[in-house]
Design a protein around this ligand. Structure first.
Ligand SMILES: CC(C)(COP(=O)(O)OP(=O)(O)OC[C@H]1O[C@@H](n2cnc3c(N)ncnc32)[C@H](O)[C@@H]1OP(=O)(O)O)[C@@H](O)C(=O)NCCC(=O)NCCS
Length: 142
């Protein structure tokens, strides 16, 4: 089925806190990370750019860019509702986030690939960082 057939509407907007929480809790990440509703809501105003995909008015996909607008951008929370996956919605959200970064000529656009999603991001042009210049993170802060 094509995206046109699905009638998905993409908007450069933030979801409401309730919409985001519903989608976030459908992602499967909450088994590993427990984040209270008020803390999830507190993330939203920090997005530099965001896309919502809607089907019949309901949010079925999100994606956000955290950025300084010049040097760095981090793509986060690319989530599609489980029942809507595999229809190109995640790809379309990513394309729009990338286009916005390109428009501002942001130097480095980065993301963390969830397990099993490497191919999804490689098809969009992302490459794993080299072994001698890896992405690194500080664990154990939650
Ligand atoms: C990752 C995620 C956002 C992808 O969203 P999606 O809407 O399913 O993505 P797409 O439909 O664009 O692509 C998914 C697959 O469907 C395929 N596909 C895309 N359009 C398609 C179409 N019209 N018909 C059939 N298959 C299609 C793609 O080739 C892709 O294959 P892959 O799984 O081997 O990469 C979604 O799986 C998700 O929300 N997962 C949980 C949260 C998560 O892990 N997010 C990523 C954090 S790094």
């Amino acid at each position: 089925m094509s995206i046109e057939d699905l009638g998905i509407e993409y908007r450069a907007e933030l979801p409401t806190a309730a919409e985001f929480e519903r989608l976030f809790r459908s992602s499967g990440w909450t088994e590993a990370v427990e984040v209270a509703a008020d803390r999830l809501a507190a993330t939203l105003p920090h997005a530099w750019y965001s896309i919502c995909a809607r089907h019949d008015g309901q949010v079925v996909g999100t994606g956000f860019v955290l950025s300084d607008g010049v040097l760095h951008a981090l793509i986060v929370n690319v989530i599609v509702a489980p029942e809507m996956r595999g229809n190109g919605i995640g790809t379309e959200i990513m394309k729009r986030l990338i286009a916005r970064c390109r428009e501002s000529r942001v130097l480095q656009v980065q993301l963390f690939s969830a397990r099993g999603k490497r191919g999804f991001y490689e098809r969009l042009g992302f490459e794993a960082r080299p072994d001698d210049g890896p992405g690194m993170e500080l664990g154990g802060l939650s």
